[in-house]
Design a protein around this ligand. Sequence first.
Ligand SMILES: Cc1cc2nc3c(=O)[nH]c(=O)nc-3n(C[C@H](O)[C@H](O)[C@H](O)COP(=O)(O)OP(=O)(O)OC[C@H]3O[C@@H](n4cnc5c(N)ncnc54)[C@H](O)[C@@H]3O)c2cc1C
Length: 823
Amino acid sequence: MSVILTLLAALIATGACAYHRSSLRTWAIATVIATAVVGLMAGALWTMFILLVIELAIAVPLLMDGFRRKQISAPLLKLFAQVTPKLSETEQTALEAGTVGFEGELFSGKPDWHELLKQPKPELSVEEQAFMDGPVEQLCGMIDDWQITHELADLPPDVWAFVKKHKFFGMIIPKSYGGLGFSALAHSAVLQKLATMSATVASTVAVPNSLGPAELLLHYGSDEQKNHYLPRLAVGEEIPCFALTGPYAGSDATSITDYGIVCKQTVDGVETLGMKLTFDKRYITLAPIATVVGLAFRLYDPEHLLGEKEDLGITLALLPRSTPGLEIGRRHLPLNVPFQNGPLHGKDVFVPLSVLIGGPQMAGHGWRMLVECLSVGRAISLPSNATGGVRAAVAATGAYARMRKQFGLSVARFEGVEEALARIGGLTYATAALSRATAAAVDRGEKPAVPSAIAKYHATEWGRVIAGDAMDVHGGKAVQLGPKNYAGRAWQGVPIAITVEGANIMTRSLMIFGQGAIRCHPYVLKEMQALSIADYGDRLRTFDRALFGHVGFGISNAVRSFTLGLTGSRFGDTAGDAYTRRYYRKLNRYSAALALCADTFMGVLGGKLKFKEKLSARLGDVLSYLYIASAMLKRYEDTGRPEADRPLLAWAFHECVWRMQMALDGAIRNFPVRPVSWLLRALVFPLGRREVPPSDRLGRRVAALITAPGEARDRLTEWTYLTPTANNTIGRMNALLPDVIAAEPVERKFGKAQKAGQFKSHDYNGQLVEAMQAGVITAAEYELLKRVRERVFEFISVDDFDPSELRAAVTRADLKKKLADAA
Ligand SMILES: Cc1cc2nc3c(=O)[nH]c(=O)nc-3n(C[C@H](O)[C@H](O)[C@H](O)COP(=O)(O)OP(=O)(O)OC[C@H]3O[C@@H](n4cnc5c(N)ncnc54)[C@H](O)[C@@H]3O)c2cc1C
């Protein structure tokens, strides 16, 4: 017994120090004292003696800086240099671009929640709110999505004129250049609201405000270029596009085969230094109508007209549409969401070097320029459009499910439908919080490389789930396309969002964890960077500091993961109130588990982990759900901890935690080195997998919340165009919702009488009159049921067409004949 007590004392002191991340010195003192005191008191002198020897044998050499560096760190540095895969220039650029925000805390295994909660609450300025209430509201009132997607395959001229006049294309351009100079949050809010009306309009507005000529000019353009282009881009006098993708370069944009050769040519009698460009680009948004084309290509200087280097690398230029040889104007048709999108080509197109963004000194820096700017646009465009889409799904599906009756009941009352409604509500809560958190990060001056990838992937994936659920709940109403269908086009267009700005499979499998692990890890990047320090002494010192920090970090995460897993993360000081404290504690547990698994995976697999995409994707999922859950908790705090939102927060939180558990389980289960897998399983899931998805009861509360007006539903549908105008079916449905709900008890009375065979008439209106005359319902109730029946009919109806209306205005045969006649 005395032996066990002494061993326990040493173990508890070690565990407590590891849990709290104490220094090596503190650990040494604490364990020696604990062992000696308990050993002496318990009388286990031999055990105490052996333990003290072991403790001092570990502590003393490690605490002697010179000895430790020479005897331990130096050989390990040599080994590390041999096994560390050499990063390509592209990978190095990607790693160096961007900043690390709160996601770094999540990766630390011991997040400091106060850091999150002290971040300022993101809010629109008075001017930005006025823009939302003015031009954005007006623009939404002008949109007829059927006209855009079916009749014109384009925005109508008045919409084009309006967006240009009100500077929708200049949201990211500073006021000093004539733009709106909006915050990222305002930029996101505008896109969200437009997306609730039309994916085509939202995409058209998103592109000039995302990565493209304006953003690149702002960061790298010469004064002359900025002064020329930015004021014109702000008011839509110039329409930009940015062309990177080609037939051989999709996800791997660095493999572009488009090239430029530096040469001289006589232009207007003057010998001009320039380039001959040959390019074949496709999928380029706004290209068919663009007046200025941002072009990425690889630049070569075989005659050394610019300097020593022959292959200068990826380079960016701005070509005016009028450039001779630039073939542009044809269109692709992206899944019936017909924003302007098309190919462009050119062969030996001569342009002066002045078209290079930032001038000749920026030749070859194109990839760095793109990667440095990528995260800001990626944090806003796709996440905002997806968030607008899911907010609209809440408003539309919540109202429709309540007013659509089958088997004598609102379809919302059926448990199967309730399940879909709960997903729509819960995932929209998560998506909206994610989108807001990422925009807020941009407004704090971050370049959120990892969060932007998380936001792009999860907002669009959940957009896909919700679009599918919304379609299912609407049934045939959403299948039959036409002006009355507000859901079909959004569902059709989902794969566009999945594909652009980093196709989702690649974003999940390669980028989120791949970048997150190295960027957010407190030591890995430092260890890697140490390798490139020229002076050996400095290199060794830096590596030694990082290495031993890393070792302590790993031990601490193992202890934290195990302890928090064993106790169900029920204890410990953390942030939040009585309701949310358990949520923060749960996240502490999974943060420690992620850090432990990430370190172990990287340590055991090394560079091979890059090719184990299925493992990397799962760890990326854990990081993502940690980030999303933190975003939701921050949003809950920022909105004053509203009780009404709790079912949404609870549903989305349990979903995230359950998914985190399954992702970790999948990663550990599939780890190829079995003993490591077993050890990790014991440390991460000491009591097995105990998280469960949101319960049916919770789902019912979420479904109830989105099918009736209320403050939580209002927050979910913030920045949704709900004005009940003629062009806005969703707005009109929502305006009717209170009447639909008020009519329900009356319908029940009426239904009872109907079932009892009290009416002679076969017609609904006739039966209503009979019910009123028999005193089953009052006159006011008669009016209410009659009005609701008529209005609901408007919303459950679908379109039909004369067959000739569905024929394309121009068939390929017509076109062929026209061209042949012209020839
Ligand atoms: C409507 C639309 C608008 C666009 N607008 C523009 C624009 O304005 N400018 C522009 O330059 N480009 C634009 N793009 C191009 C877009 O960015 C690319 O489509 C995207 O990068 C993917 O390339 P890809 O379509 O060729 O797919 P591919 O690269 O062929 O990918 C096919 C599949 O393989 C997966 N994959 C590829 N590599 C990996 C990997 N290492 N690990 C795991 N999975 C991987 C992808 O995720 C994808 O699922 C647009 C595309 C579309 C469809």
